[in-house]
Design a protein around this ligand. Structure first.
Ligand code: 6PG
Length: 247
């Protein structure tokens, strides 16, 4: 699998480096465009990076109010639910820095049917990113992703319908292995990003990281393998424990 792999001795070094990369990406984009667009991820690894980003020195190095905040995926729960990716990001980052809350675009996980929220989110992406609604997805400046122990990323889970979606930018995805439905950006949207940063830490990720990065290419089984930005950078930030089974 392609991409720039960076291995850090400790988790703390990984999170600091990922925060620094976020700061650099914002600075580079705002030097040439008026806004920065990012899609956040759920998960404990991304959460730790958000908390580091919300602390000094990084918190003082970002023009927070010029950022448009999106999500890569959301659980089928309301904003205040403990499982909400929105709630996690709001607690660990957005509430700790000076964001413009009118630029925080939550996926409405509580919608029923959930597909209504997917349609609404596609309209929001089109409007905020000034992209024609029925054209190719906009290029988000940065997409942050975690990777599950089953190789899923965002809410692209193994052998689920969303993996095959090539038209829509956002879908409601049935995830039978988790007995749930999730909202998720699709491969076309994720792979249109200017930069995708995977975060994986801990010995528990060692096996799956080896399979994803060095095993046979089979995105249906290992959805993280389907992430390959067509015109953007792919970064893998991992710690030594997660990298321990890589050749
Ligand atoms: C989610 C995330 C998911 C997550 C991975 C990694 O909604 O759960 O979007 O894709 O990033 O499962 O999570 P950990 O970093 O906690 O292992």
């Amino acid at each position: 699998m392609s991409g720039e792999l960076k291995i850090f001795d400790k988790e703390a070094d990984l999170f600091a480096a990922a925060a620094a990369t976020f700061v650099d990406a914002v600075r580079a984009v705002l030097a040439v465009r008026p806004q920065f667009t990012v899609a956040l991820s759920g998960g404990s690894t991304p959460r730790a990076m958000f908390e580091r980003l919300a602390a000094a020195p990084f918190r003082d190095e970002v023009e927070w109010r010029k950022i448009q905040w999106f999500w890569g995926d959301e659980r089928s729960v309301p904003a205040e639910h403990p499982d909400s990716n929105y709630r996690m990001a709001a607690e660990s980052l957005l509430s700790r820095v000076d964001v413009d809350w009118t630029k925080v675009h939550r996926m409405r996980g509580e919608a029923d049917p959930l597909s209504d929220a997917a349609d609404e989110y596609q309209r929001t992406l089109a409007q905020v990113c000034n992209a024609p609604l029925n054209g190719p997805p906009p290029s988000l400046d940065l997409v942050l992703l975690g990777m599950g122990n089953d190789g899923h990323t965002a809410s692209l889970f193994p052998n689920t319908a969303a993996l095959n979606e090539q038209g829509r930018w956002v879908v409601a995805n049935e995830v039978p292995q988790q007995l749930t439905r999730r909202l998720t950006l699709t491969y076309p949207t994720l792979n249109a990003a200017g930069c995708v940063m995977f975060l994986a830490a801990g010995a528990g990720k060692a096996r799956i990281l080896r399979e994803v990065r060095q095993g046979p290419h089979d995105p249906a089984k290992l959805p993280s393998q389907g992430i390959n930005p067509t015109g953007g950078r792919l970064l893998w930030y991992v710690d030594r424990a997660a990298a321990s089974q890589l050749e």
